[in-house]
Design a protein around this ligand. Structure first.
Ligand code: F6P
Length: 319
């Protein structure tokens, strides 16, 4: 192996740049050439490649987004598109690649490995929804950004004795909602994986106001419902004032937290080591605080396991 490629795919996440930097620096340390593939799998097919030096990745660890750009590219599921990508890689003497992205990206990484290009997947998504890992690159930063925003929302909520229903990201996974809800002392956390009783939520908010609390916060994962619709429903059962707020894509931006920088660096470093060992078709994760690998194929039969026990802790906190 002489030259490796690195790409970011799917929704961007803070810490992706830190991972690209770690891959680049580690590869150079081992005497390998490094190529950045721009626009994810789409750039792989069109040969949108840029050589990366150690200097190119200096001062990138602190930057949000991905300087290699990202794209969602469902066309990569087609065999002829994959073969075109392999031809581009071979033409450019790229022997193996590291893919940083969400679960969609793992299908691409596995396909490439099967076509003879060893590929390693790193979990890069704010959603924290990937199997066999308790952590994904960007999750901590997104939670921190959402927490900071909700702290501000609470200031105005308190001043007016209002309830705020706040949408956080997470279409199918409630991990952002759970962690942010716990961190902001939410009165209720609503996630796509669990059913909810809106009457009960209204009851909790009313009880808390009656007990002297001057604000109410409901953290609602976007996959459940739009905050505005939830507010309309909620007001049928509560006599309080309420507003809706959607945090949206601001959660995907900004400088990565220390947790994301350090984990992205460890994962990028580890991924290069795996390629040097001749491995491919593997997904890197963090389990019980340690870096682990699993066959990408196994990920397709497994679900991400969220820590729902945090919801029970929050329940007790709201009493
Ligand atoms: O990257 C994950 C995510 O941010 C989800 O939380 C969200 O539902 C989705 O991406 C938004 O996607 P898009 O970038 O297409 O708006």
């Amino acid at each position: 192996m002489k030259r490796i490629g690195v790409l970011t795919s799917g929704g961007d996440a803070p810490g992706m740049n830190a991972a690209i930097r770690a891959v680049t620096k580690t590869a150079i340390h081992h005497g390998l050439g490094v190529v950045g593939i721009r626009y994810g799998f789409a750039g792989l097919v069109t040969g949108d490649f840029v050589p990366l030096t150690a200097e190119d990745v200096d001062h990138k660890i602190n930057l949000g987004g991905t300087f290699l750009y990202s794209a969602r590219y469902p066309e990569f599921a087609q065999k002829e598109v994959q073969e075109k990508a392999v031809a581009e890689l071979k033409k450019n003497d790229i022997d193996a690649i590291i893919v940083i992205g969400g679960d969609g990206s793992y299908h691409g990484a596995l396909a490439l490995t099967r076509l003879g290009i060893n590929s390693i997947g790193l979990p890069g998504t704010i959603d924290n929804d990937i199997p066999y890992t308790e952590y994904t690159i960007g999750y901590d930063s997104a939670c921190t950004t959402a927490m900071d925003a909700i702290d501000r929302i609470r200031d105005t909520a308190s001043s007016h004795h209002r309830v705020f229903v706040v949408n956080v990201m997470g279409r199918e996974c409630g991990d952002i909602a759970i962690r942010v809800g716990l961190a902001t002392g939410a009165d209720a956390i609503v996630i796509p994986e669990h059913s909810y009783d809106i009457k009960e939520i209204a009851k909790t908010l009313k009880r808390n106001f009656a007990n002297g609390k001057d604000n109410g916060i409901v953290i609602l994962a976007e996959g459940v419902m739009d905050a505005a619709d939830f507010r309309t429903e909620l007001l049928k059962y509560g006599d309080f004032d309420a507003r809706a707020n959607v945090l949206g894509h601001m959660q995907r931006g900004g400088s990565p937290t220390v947790v994301d920088r350090v984990n992205a660096t460890k994962m990028g470093h580890y991924a290069v080591d795996l390629l040097l060992d001749g491995k491919g078709g593997l997904a890197v994760g963090v389990e019980n605080g340690k870096l682990t690998t699993h066959d990408i194929l196994d990920l397709f039969d497994e679900k991400h396991h969220s820590d729902f026990s945090l919801l029970d802790i929050n329940e007790e906190m709201t009493k």
